[in-house]
Design a protein around this ligand. Sequence first.
Ligand code: HXC
Length: 520
Amino acid sequence: MADTNVQLQELVAEMESRRAKILAGGGTERQKKQKEGGKLTARERIDALLDPGSFLEFGTFTEHGHNRLMQGIEAPGEGVVTGRGTVNGRQVFVFSQDFTVLGGSLGKMNAQKVSKVMDLAAKTGCPIIGLNDSAGARIQEGVDSLSGYGEIFYRNAIYSGAVPQISAILGPCAGGAVYSPALTDFIVMSRGSSYMFITGPEVIKSVTREEVSFDELGGADVHNKKSGVAHLEGEGDEDVLRLVRELLSYLPQNAREKPPVVPTNDPRERTTPELLEIVTTDQRKPYAMHDVISTLVDDAHFFEIQPLWAKNIIVGFARLNGKVVGIVANNPKVMAGTLNIDASDKAARFIRTCDCYNIPILTLVDVTGFLPGVAQEHAGIIRHGAKMLYAYAEASVPKITLITRKSYGGAYLAMNSRDMGADAVYAWPTAAVAVMGAEGAANIVYRREIQASANPEATRAEKIKQYKDTFDNPYVAAAKGYIDDVIPMEDTRRILIQTFEMLEHKEEARPYKKHGNIPL
Ligand code: HXC
């Protein structure tokens, strides 16, 4: 009996000593380096993300593949920590790359650990969150490492739209390490300590002779402001993980569910007279669409997505009477809210994300059209603008459109008009629906009369007024059924809530297809 106890104690001790080695990751020195500049370790990040005590680890004792170049190299935990936990009580799966172990580089067994939790997430219908901090393909493992990326990319694509996938970028992510995040629904980067690039500054210098710093090449600001690759940025690891937690609160567990309802003390019937102060009737004066949004939604809280890129369109999540809505709104303060290539990409992607995850869409319209210009035409505004048309038509979630002021031309359609599939279209008395603005229209339609007139300017002014009186209002469109109601601005919150309630159980059949072919 005593012998058995001793044996048992030895076995337990061995397990503990093996585990302790794994928990130490790349060792004290590398962990110290990791923490310089405020970065957390892979395990600390998991603790910061998940509810306390909820983490259950998988694959703890996984080792690298022991190929020829890896002989003698140790990789505790195989450079990635994987498992499940909860965020606000809801189950999520997580992998956290450990930069202290071979730079968090991806080998075959590392990829297998990640793939396992991705499979579990898909099988159990739960979000998967990647905490990325990796130098890319593990050079010593050659093609096995590339194969590992293949396994992950494949799952990213196959599970896309089935369960939410969120990527936090918390260190230098190079090569393959950026394409998995790029295939996920959201990318959140930490400013100053994270980078994303396909090829680093050294390679770029040798090929193109361009000299560029890590930050200038692929820092959080670059991807949040210029490239549109990222969706959000935080100040350091903890802030990024806080953003990920909040982001999850707007998403369902999977494509079969709806996002959780968060009860609010903000009254359902609250009137919104502030809107009369915010929106100006002078069509040339911009107003703050962000203020319109925060006036309408619960507790004035708007969680904006991609707030720094393509600012001429605003997208993000909010709640109306506790239920999540995705908002797409023109921003009259930037480029007069016109739609260009980046705005179209941003909106189309967001609309599709909402549709995947059963999030109703509210569209706020104040738009004069697509941005004119040779550069836009040559860069393919036709193809990019078509994405918005496609995304709105394709989306089968409840869709409400509210025209706040101008809604002209092709952009009228791209902002989810009745014919593009809106379930309800409202307009404020300030709205104007037309093919184009009165000045432009009068100059084209009445050109001959204006030219032939003894007083062309007086005739032009008269024709502009005539056009405005006829079209620059919501009533022509309302008379023809394109607008369901012209509503008092102060009743807007209540009307939106009631209409989304009306649409709660909406179902919309689509013809059989393998999948659509959105213009990309
Ligand atoms: C194996 C690697 C590694 C890699 C770094 N390390 N990159 N080990 N494979 N790809 C190791 C280092 O030897 C070092 O080990 C530790 O990780 C930390 O690396 P450092 O260079 O000391 O760190 P730092 O100075 O912070 O620089 C980080 C870095 C740099 C910018 C990421 O390491 C780097 O440029 N690495 C190479 C990136 C790369 O080219 N990856 C392959 C991309 S190709 P020790 O023992 O000293 O701690 C790719 C193909 C897939 O991914 C494409 C699919 C589409």
